[in-house]
Each structure stands twice: as structure tokens, then as C-alpha cells.
Design a protein around this ligand. Structure first.
Ligand SMILES: Nc1nc2c(c(=O)[nH]1)N[C@H]1C(S)=C(S)[C@@H](COP(=O)(O)OP(=O)(O)OC[C@H]3O[C@@H](n4cnc5c(=O)[nH]c(N)nc54)[C@H](O)[C@@H]3O)O[C@H]1N2
Ligand SMILES: Nc1nc2c(c(=O)[nH]1)N[C@H]1C(S)=C(S)[C@@H](COP(=O)(O)OP(=O)(O)OC[C@H]3O[C@@H](n4cnc5c(=O)[nH]c(N)nc54)[C@H](O)[C@@H]3O)O[C@H]1N2
Ligand SMILES: [Mo]
Length: 756
């Protein structure tokens, strides 16, 4: 085993019954556990109180918005509490740590161990051939990067990755750095996340973002939650769902697993909730086969049309190609729909009547839809239903792709994308008086392939954990090792720090809760949430180390080293207001950015679709027609989805429990249907090896415990990133190139012999 893999070690599993509701005092208790472990009671509580308050700092966890008008003094959730405990930890990684631990010995440790080591504190350099990182000054580090970039023959040999925690200011300066240098190689975590949503929405409504506000949830009669586990990943969304139910609305869930947070919610800030009394959430639960959603959406449309429940006015005024769409749906047989979705016609019809009869329907979705081969067409099918029933651009209705990272949407708005439209480039060129490259750059998968193919590239990551988040772990590791220089701008230690190019740098940055003071005084940054609200975020606490710098400053220092003649880079290292001024000059919607961002609650970016202005797509939305094209497992194969446990944030492992699913102290698990286990003669908690199959190639992951769980027959689930070794680099979604992390064909074999 090499240091790219998570270690194949079991940690001592304990299983309990899965929960039937989320949050309650369990969430509060668990939040406190993490706060106490990392930051201590006094500091931890102070930090928590600063979270998501107006003039406080933006929660670094998910992208769910804050209420516009009112905020409880404890507007946080377990997810946010863990993120903040992780950032405000008292533990530190100093130069001594790297002297003691070689990259190989760090690689042998678990992701959980990495998380527990604390905050990175000073810039570190791994010279060619060395096994230990050593300290380096900021100036030398930036010169090294600039020199290596200058030495490349072709600017397209550099890759600039971004993870979605980067602020607008950091992201804007970063994309400018890449483009002034001469490349559009700006892959980001979105390529592995909501890219399929962006592709479908851009194609149909001309804007790759959602169309609802938080208030719409108070007015919706039905909210569909599809391929999403909000109890764990967007806990604050449960308040919105609870409000909807209290106002007489209905929640309909579409998910292969019965997730606790979709069944019920006990609000931890209400007396009843604290006593463990929960509000039942989903009144209809469609336990679909993974990837059966495409067929389900066709079935819903078929039922709507069969019962004349469509909104003829909306279709007449705002839609094109309805007749062709109608015929295509009529030609789709119920038999195929039922078989491919794994749901009865009756259940599908119940869901369809919700769309047909409700005055307002919101559809929410996340990774359960976006990470499949047919993801883009599945999402298009969902948009078809929303326009068929007129559920777009009115109160209590609309499209809600629920974003992951707290500023992943903002990073895109700032231009972090390998193929920004010409209008963006024109504007950038005009403002900065240069010619930005127009050739499209690499997304994540193509970046990995290009590094794999040609040696000697430079890879820079603004946050994230590229190695562990990417598909096909050993292939990606080879790609990174093939580089001449890899640079990680990070807050915490992760596996991407030990799987490196010939030389490597770790540039430690401030977290969002920390004060960012420069020669121009205290700086703040800004974020855009899942619903298009741009807000300021002000660090309040003493930085983890005096050597840390803010992300915008780090990017600008690299700019300063690389383009010595362009003085603005130097100014940007000190004054982020100047970066916002440039954003205002380049991107529409940011007029008076510096003033408006300081207004309490921030400001909404324009989204004409919300007002039923479809002029970006020529005035009318086209129905999209896509044939059903689902994964076809062979007889002994299962469809594996890789999902998040309750104690992780992507590749950051906060703990070993998946409380709502009742799985404790173990991450190497494979959730299987009882009959699939019996068919293979696999006993509960038996160690198994997993093989994935793709176009004649196989990939292996060893030593997982098979767990009997309520997954539909023919499917299985394992946690990301342990299972990423199984995701084939070439298995990506059509049109968005997103790795198919929720649809991997696997076979399972007993590993008992090996374990003894
Ligand atoms: N605590 C915590 N919060 C997070 C994160 C985290 O790791 N931890 N990550 C953040 C990020 S970056 C993101 S993108 C979001 C992710 O948020 P989610 O999308 O909720 O995350 P996943 O665990 O990937 O879960 C997807 C859900 O889809 C279901 N599913 C899988 N396949 C299918 C399918 O084919 N059809 C349907 N209908 N459902 C399916 C799974 O059972 C699971 O419930 O959360 C963000 N928030
Ligand atoms: N198999 C499988 N793979 C997946 C997924 C899946 O569902 N299944 N999900 C995909 C999705 S949705 C996503 S979004 C990606 C996530 O991919 P990434 O965004 O690349 O990964 P993270 O785990 O979120 O990154 C964690 C690291 O970010 C750094 N960090 C944390 N906070 C900050 C900060 O404020 N600034 C800086 N500079 N660094 C910081 C820390 O060093 C930490 O180790 O993974 C994708 N990969
Ligand atoms: Mo994500």
C-alpha cells in the first residue's frame, strides 16, 4: 500500500438501529463534543456565537442561506459547529512536526489522524528527493512558484484548482492570475459536484443557478428533496422544511436510502425539539433505485399529461417544443418507467399529483442526481416537469440545486471556470487591458489526465484536497507525482500534502473565523450562498499563527512575484476593497460592491428567471427530449453509490460515526441489501473486497465490512473518499464530465480468508 490510499485498517464497528429523525439534543451534544475536543469550552463557545451573524463570519461549512430578516443568536447547526471546531482547534502543526514525520509516515496515517493534528502554521517546502518538509519564507515560496511558472514552455502546462471555500476576493484574483499568466486551466470542485446542474440549467433557462429564495419555502405547497441528505449535509435546510410542513405544505423525498433527516426533524433550538419531539417531514418517500430518477421524472410527466394537469397558460407563454415533448412522453411505456425507477406506478402517480395540484412546488436536489452518467439529462427532465406545471418564477415554486461548499457558487460567478463565456473575457480584457486566452481550459478530470500524460507540470490548489476528492485515487496520485511542482494553499493537513510533485509547497492560510489584518487594517471577504445572496464575512478571532495570510493576499503575492511590473497585485495583497472594485468593473450585478456588501444581510444578485424573464434563452424555454439511458449492471454486479457519513466534511474526517444511520466507529463499510448478501453468502459485518468494473478494466478496494442496510436490492453504498479508488477516471457524466461517483458497477467478494 502506498501513501495515496486511506489505510486499510478496521477501527472496531458498533451498529445500532438507524434513526427516524434528525437533530434534537443529539445534535447539540455532538456539536459540544467536537467543540470541547478541539477548541475548549470558552474559546469554542465564543467562536460559535460569531457564526452567521450579521457582521460575523460566514459559516465555512455548506452553502445553505441564512434567513434574510431574523437570526437566532445560535444560527448554527451541528455541521457548522464541527467545521468551526475544526478551524478553531488549539492544536498546531509546526516545523517540528514535519521534522519528526516524513511524508511517507504521514501518508500511512488515517484521514481522521490528519484532521486531529491541528492547524498548519507556516509555509513549508519539500525539495526534490526529500522526505521531510522544511520551513520556507513567504517571499521565497512565491518566487519559487513564479520561477517554475515562467520556466514552463506553455502556460497550459499549469493547473489552477479551486475548492469552494475560497472567498469571492480570493477566487477573482486567482482566476485573473491564471488568465494573465495565459491559461484557462481553472478546474474546481464544482466539476465533481453540481457541474451537471449548471450544464442542464444553463442549457434550459440560461443561468446555471437556482431560482428560489429561502422565503419561498414558507409558501411552497410541496417540496421535493431528491438525491440529497440534508440531515447530515445541510442541517439548516431542515428548518425550512419544517416551516413548510407547519404551513400545511408537503415534503416528498426521492432517495434509495431512508435518511433520518428526511423522515423527521427535532429543532434543537425549540423546547419541543430539545425534548426529542420531532416534526414528521416526508409524507411520501420514493425509495428509488440509484439512477432511476430519469425514469421517475418521465413517469411523473406522463401522469401529468394523462390527467391534463399541465399549466397550459405557462406553456403557451413561456415554452417551446411542447408538442414534441408531449409525444415523446406519450411514447414512453409505463412498463419501462416502473422497471427502471424501481417504483410502482401508483407511487409515481402520487408524486405526479403533487406537481399537478399544488399551487407551488420547489424541487431540491444534490449529488444523488448530479454524479451519474446521465445526470445532465436527468436534471433536464426535472426542469421539464417544473415548466410543464408552471412552477418557475412564482412565489413558493422553483428550482433549488442545493450547493455544497459555502462559496462554490460565488467562485463560479467570479470566473473560476475552465470555459467562461466570451462576454466575461471581453469584460476582463477591457478592464485590465490585456488579452485573456480564449481556448477552453481543463476541468478536473481532464486536468488529471493531462498531468498523467505529460510530466513536468505545475499544479496549484487554492484549498481542497485534490488527491482524495478526485476519482481513481491511484491514477490521480500518479498524475500529481508527475508534476514538477505542486502547491497547496490550505488550513489543515491532508493527503494531497504527501502525494506531491518533484517539489512541493504548503502555504498555510487564515480560516474564515480569523482576523485578517494587513498594513491597510482589518480586511473582510465576501461569499455568495446557494440562493445568490452576496454577504460579507469578517474574521473575529486571533489567527492560529502569526505566519498565516489571507487567501486573497497569498494569491496576490504570487501575482506580485510573477508580474512585477503590474503594481496592482502588490496593492491587492493589502487592500481587498481594491479587488472588489475590480469585480465591480468586470462582473455585472456587483455595482457599488464595496458599499452594498456591508449592508446587513448583503444583497441578491440579479436572476431574471425569478421574474419570468426568459430573454437570455430567447424568450422561451425549450422542453428537452432525452431517451432513458440507465446504468445496466450485469447479473452479479451491484450499483455502488459513494456517500458522506455524518462525521465528515468531504475528505475531512471529523469522527468515525454515522449517527443517523446507526453505524459507529468505522468508515470502511459497504451497505448492502440483505438478499444481495445472502445471494453471495456474505454474513453481516463480514470483511469484503470490492472490485469495480468499467469497459473491461477493474479497480480494487480492500477490507470493507459488509453491513445489512435498507438499500434497494442491486445497490450498495460506501463512504467517500475511502471508495474513490473504485471510481474510474473515464467514467464521467455526458455533457458535464462529472465523475459518476453515485453509479459505479461493482462485484463483492469475501475477504475473510485474508483477514484470517
Ligand atoms: N456535514 C457535511 N455537510 C456537507 C458536506 C459534507 O461532506 N459533510 N459536503 C458538502 C458538499 S461539497 C456537498 S456537494 C453537499 C452534498 O450533499 P448530498 O448530495 O446530500 O451528499 P451525499 O452524501 O453525496 O448524498 C447524496 C444523497 O443522494 C442519495 N443518492 C445516491 N444515489 C442516488 C440516486 O441515484 N438517486 C437519488 N434520488 N438519490 C441518490 C444518497 O442516498 C444520499 O442520501 O453537502 C455539503 N455539506
Ligand atoms: N467518490 C466521491 N468523490 C467525491 C464526491 C462524492 O460524493 N463521491 N463529492 C465531490 C464533491 S461534491 C466535492 S465538492 C469535492 C470536494 O473536493 P475538495 O473541495 O477539494 O475537498 P475538501 O475535502 O472539501 O477539502 C478539504 C481541505 O480544504 C482545506 N481547507 C479547509 N478550509 C479551507 C480554507 O478556508 N481555505 C483553504 N485554502 N483551504 C481550506 C483543508 O486543508 C482541507 O484538508 O469532492 C468530490 N469527490
Ligand atoms: Mo460538493
Amino acid at each position: 500500500m502506498s501513501n495515496e490510499d486511506t489505510p486499510e485498517k478496521l477501527t472496531g464497528i458498533r451498529i445500532e438501529k438507524s434513526k427516524t429523525f434528525a437533530a434534537g439534543m443529539g445534535a447539540v451534544a455532538n456539536s459540544m463534543k467536537h467543540i470541547l475536543r478541539e477548541s475548549g469550552l470558552v474559546h469554542g463557545s465564543r467562536v460559535l456565537l460569531g457564526l452567521n451573524q450579521k457582521n460575523g463570519f460566514d459559516c465555512p461549512s455548506c452553502a445553505w442561506p441564512d434567513p434574510d430578516d431574523h437570526r437566532a443568536t445560535t444560527e448554527f447547526c451541528e455541521n457548522g459547529a464541527k467545521a468551526i471546531a475544526s478551524e478553531s482547534t488549539k492544536k498546531r502543526i509546526t516545523a517540528e512536526f514535519f521534522k519528526e514525520h516524513s511524508i511517507d509516515s504521514i501518508g500511512e496515517k488515517s484521514d481522521f489522524w490528519h484532521e486531529l493534528q491541528g492547524r498548519l502554521t507556516e509555509p513549508m517546502f519539500l525539495p526534490k528527493g526529500a522526505k521531510h518538509y522544511q520551513p520556507i519564507s513567504w517571499e521565497k515560496a512565491c518566487h519559487l512558484i513564479a520561477q517554475n511558472l515562467r520556466d514552463l514552455e506553455d502556460p497550459d502546462d499549469a493547473i489552477f484548482y479551486t475548492s469552494g471555500r475560497a472567498s469571492n476576493e480570493a477566487a477573482f484574483s486567482y482566476q485573473l492570475l491564471a488568465r494573465m499568466y495565459g491559461t484557462n486551466n481553472l478546474p474546481d470542485c464544482s466539476n465533481m459536484c453540481h457541474e451537471s446542474s449548471g450544464a442542464a440549467l444553463n442549457q434550459m433557462i440560461g443561468i446555471g443557478k437556482g431560482t428560489v429564495t429561502l422565503e419561498d419555502f414558507d409558501h411552497a405547497e410541496s417540496v421535493f428533496v431528491i438525491g440529497q441528505n440534508p440531515g447530515t449535509n445541510h442541517p439548516r435546510m431542515l428548518s425550512a422544511l419544517q416551516n413548510c410542513v407547519r404551513n400545511g405544505g408537503k415534503i416528498i423525498s426521492v432517495n434509495p436510502l431512508q435518511e433520518a433527516g428526511l423522515l423527521g426533524f427535532a429543532h434543537p433550538q425549540e423546547i419541543k425539539g430539545m425534548m426529542g419531539q420531532s416534526t414528521a417531514l416526508s409524507s411520501l418517500y420514493l425509495q428509488i433505485k440509484p439512477n432511476g430518477d430519469h425514469a421517475l421524472f418521465k413517469g411523473i410527466a406522463k401522469c401529468i399529461l394523462e390527467n391534463q394537469l399541465e399549466d397550459t397558460e405557462f406553456i403557451k407563454n413561456f415554452c417551446n417544443s411542447f408538442e414534441e415533448y408531449k409525444v415523446s412522453i406519450e411514447n414512453q411505456s409505463w412498463e419501462t418507467i416502473v422497471k427502471e425507477s424501481g417504483l410502482s406506478r401508483n407511487l409515481i402517480e402520487q408524486a405526479a399529483f403533487e406537481f399537478g395540484k399544488s399551487k407551488g412546488v420547489i424541487v431540491c436536489w444534490a449529488m444523488g442526481l448530479t454524479q451519474h452518467k446521465n445526470a445532465v439529462s436527468t436534471i433536464e427532465e426535472l426542469v421539464n416537469i417544473q415548466i410543464l406545471t408552471g412552477n418557475l418564477g412564482k412565489k413558493g415554486a422553483g428550482l433549488c440545486p442545493v450547493r455544497g461548499h459555502s462559496n462554490v457558487q460565488g467562485d463560479r460567478t467570479m470566473g473560476v471556470f475552465e470555459k467562461m463565456p466570451d462576454s466575461f473575457h471581453d469584460s476582463l480584457d477591457r478592464y485590465f487591458k490585456f488579452q485573456s486566452p480564449r481556448k477552453h481550459g481543463h476541468d478536473v478530470v481532464n486536468a488529471i489526465k493531462s498531468m498523467h500524460e505529460d510530466a513536468g507540470k505545475v499544479f496549484i490548489a487554492l484549498g481542497g484536497n485534490f488527491l482524495s476528492a478526485s476519482p481513481d485515487t491511484s491514477y490521480t496520485a500518479e498524475a500529481l507525482r508527475n508534476c514538477k511542482l505542486t502547491v497547496q494553499i490550505s488550513t489543515k493537513l491532508n493527503r494531497s500534502h504527501v502525494v506531491t510533485g518533484e517539489q512541493a509547497l504548503i502555504l498555510p492560510c487564515l480560516g474564515r473565523s480569523e482576523i485578517d489584518r494587513t498594513s491597510c487594517g482589518e480586511q473582510f471577504v465576501s461569499m455568495e450562498n446557494s440562493m445568490g445572496v452576496v454577504q460579507s464575512s469578517h474574521g473575529r478571532f486571533k489567527p492560529a499563527s502569526v505566519h498565516l495570510k489571507g487567501e486573497p493576499a497569498i494569491v496576490s503575492m504570487i501575482g506580485e512575484s510573477l508580474f512585477a511590473e503590474k503594481l496592482f497585485w502588490q496593492h491587492w495583497t493589502q487592500d481587498y476593497g481594491l479587488i472588489r472594485k475590480a469585480v465591480e468593473g468586470v462582473i455585472s450585478g456587483f455595482e457599488n460592491f464595496n458599499e452594498r456588501v456591508l449592508e446587513p444581510g448583503g444583497f441578491y444578485l440579479p436572476n431574471p428567471v425569478k421574474e419570468r424573464d426568459f430573454s437570455i434563452v430567447g424568450g422561451k424555454i425549450h422542453f428537452r427530449i432525452n431517451p432513458i439511458d440507465l446504468i445496466q449492471p450485469q447479473k452479479n454486479q451491484l450499483v455502488l453509490m459513494t456517500i458522506r457519513s455524518h462525521d465528515q466534511f468531504n475528505t475531512t474526517v471529523y469522527g468515525l460515526d454515522d449517527r443517523y444511520r446507526g453505524i459507529y466507529n468505522e468508515r470502511r463499510v459497504l451497505l448492502m441489501n440483505r438478499s444481495d448478501m445472502e445471494d453471495r453468502g456474505i454474513k453481516p459485518e463480514e470483511p469484503v473486497n470490492i472490485t469495480s468494473h468499467y469497459q473491461g478494466q477493474t479497480r480494487e478496494a480492500h477490507l470493507f465490512l459488509a453491513i445489512e442496510y435498507q438499500v434497494p436490492k442491486g445497490c450498495a453504498a460506501a463512504y467517500f473518499p475511502e471508495a474513490n479508488a473504485l471510481v474510474p477516471i473515464d467514467s464521467t457524466a455526458d455533457k458535464s464530465n462529472t465523475p459518476t461517483s453515485k453509479g459505479i458497477l461493482i462485484t463483492v467478494s469475501s475477504a475473510s480468508a485474508k483477514v484470517g
